[in-house]
Structures are given as C-alpha cells and as structure tokens.
Design a protein around this ligand. Sequence first.
Ligand SMILES: [Zn+2]
Length: 413
Amino acid sequence: MFLANSRSPKVTILRRTDSKQSVTKEEFAELFGSSAPPRPPRLSPPLPPLPASPKLPILRNTVPYPYLDEDDPLIKGFGLDFLLQNGYMNLPSKPNPDPGFGYGKHTTPAVAFRQYKGTGRNTDARNFVSPVEEQYYIHPIFSRDRWNLHELGSTYTPHWDALKPVWQLATLLLEEKVMSGFLCGMLEKSTHRDTNEPFDGEKTYSFEAKQNVKQEELWDLWDKIWRLKDIVKFEAMEKTRANDHTTFGVTIPEASIPGLTPSPMQYSSFDKIDEASCLLRLRYQLAMTLVHELVHALWIAHFAGLKEPFYRDYRYAELGWTHECLFVDGAIANISNRVVSPYGFSIVDWPGTGLVAGGFPIRASSDANLPITYFPVPMDWLPKHFTQQFWDNVQRFGLPAFKCPRPVHCARR
Ligand SMILES: [Zn+2]
C-alpha cells in the first residue's frame, strides 16, 4: 500500500486579514496627484445569507480591510496609475472562459484514466470520444466533499458555480503531461542524490525530472493523484502571522485548524480597478495555489516527515514553488504583497529571497542578499489560460506555452 505509512495532508488556503496599510487623504494625493478624498471602495455585491450549519461552524464575519503596500517595488517604482495605463491591472473587456477549455486531444489520456477509475470502463485514449463530457472537466480531488468550507460544502451553488473554472484550470495543471517528469522524479526517492549539504542536521537530497515518461508511469502518477483525493481536505482560514506576506496556502499533515471564511475584499482608495480583472487574477492564483499545495501533499503522502528535496541545483527545496515556477518560468505573486489581488501580479526569478520561508532546506552556498528584479505581469496573458487556444498551444509547444511574458518595465529591490 503506497499510503500505508502516510499521514493525511490537509490543504489550507490562507488569507491574510491583518493589515497595517490604509491610505490617508495626503497619501492619496501623493499617489494620484489629486487631493480629492477617496471614493467609497467598490466591493463585491454582498453575499446572500447562508444557512447555518452546526456541522461546519466555520463561517465568521470578518471586517473588510484596506491595504496598499507602498513599499512594494512596483508600487514604489511606477505607481498604480502607471500600472493601470500599461495593461498590468485591467483588461479591456470582461473575459469569458471557454466552457470546455483545455479539453481537447491533449488532455484525453488523463480523462480516459479518470473515466477508467470512476467507472471501470477502460477506454483507449486514442479512441476517446470527443468532446469530453462536462463531468470530467474537474478532478474529483476538488469535489464538494473535499471542502471544509460552508459555502462550497453545502448544496448552495453560486459560489461553486463561480469557482468551476478554477477547479477546471487546477485539474488541467495537475494532470499536465509536461510536468509529469518533474513529479515522477520527485516521487522516485531511490533516484535522489545526497547533496552533501546538510540542513538542520539532516541530509538533503536533489532530484532530476524523469525523461521520456512512459504511458504506464504516467498512469501510475495519475493514480497517486487519484488516491490523494481520499485523504486531502481543503479549507480556508484567516492568516494572522504578521511577518508572512506571501503565504497563499499551506499543507499540514494531520493538523486540526479552525477554518474561517476569507475576508471580503476592499480595494483601498484606488477605484479604477476592474473587478472582473481582479477576480480573474484570484481565479488563476487559487488554481495555481491548489496545485502548489497538492504537490506538497503528494510528497507528504509518500514521505511524511522527510525534508523536501532540491530540484537539480535550485537553492531552495520547496516543491510547491519549484513546480509552480517551472510552469511559468518564475514566481508570480501579488503586487502589494497581498493574498487578495487588487493591483495585479508581479513575477520574479525564483527563488527570490522574499519567497524563502522557514523549514525548507536552503543551500548554505546561496546568497540571501541578491537583489530581486520584479516585473509586472501583463494582464492580457491571464485570460488565455481559460481558452482552448491556450491548451492547443500547450499541445503544440509544450512547457514554453506556459511561460509568463516579462515586459520591459521592472523594478529592483
Ligand atoms: Zn509551498
């Protein structure tokens, strides 16, 4: 039994709620060249009241908070208006995901595998019927019963429906073949090599991506992901640690954590932000965060208690970030260092010192004081993930199709 000694990972999506930044009238004038008082923030429409659930007593009203990190390199270097005017914040029009995005020829082997697991019907992927049925758009690891979250666990549907493109994107990223070599290499512990650089008194190891992953190895990997669905639970909770500005999620083995709903968003004083663009960023980020945490969960399920290995000569052994950064060729985080995403994304080379968290091995030889260059992420790159065209490009070009473009604008810290 591959899970015989495993512990149950719990994936928790965290949202920070502590905030020190609020914008005064004077600061607003400095930022936007006007002394006009801030207009009332635009908030999402209030949520309809939800039925109480004694079984899932995890709802708690939290107060909306304003936030703007003026020390963020891109805010400091360019200002919000510049980011807005150069396409780093808003899209020209509201994006609409293609309903079946991603489910072309490229993804049918993964769907054929899940259909086989779910029904026992062995469908040869080469003869797989297209188009893929909607029930296969989302991996069962993201199904309702996996969520210790009232809004998603109940039969109340609006939140679930709004989040379907997130589960769909997360499913596609999780089963994406271009990353299968990385995951197979990560899970084949016998191939890991001692780095001879102990960390916290323990040996550390590094691994390579497996080359030319065979069909049966791919099925074995998908089987491990499939089996993870029975032991992983998702929940949302407040983030209260004031010193951690970049935590989007955490995977905790066998931990009991009181879950809380995310805070409502408030867009500080900057009312030029398009809500659809902001929601799109959140959708992308939630999908990527879920996959990031599931990579940790895969490791924990098989090698609980062991430090995560380095990938090749990377200086920081954090599997979730490594996986995420191999996809997009860098680490994407929110401008203004907030888990909610009002001001756009930045991308940096990874691992930048800002993203190093405790507990994960770091190479003694690495220089923690290297400057980091921040690039704003062009917004028009994001909605492509929710189109069939994007996934057709993945089929044609492989991993480079995921690469996040970097503009000429950048700021250093
Ligand atoms: Zn991580």
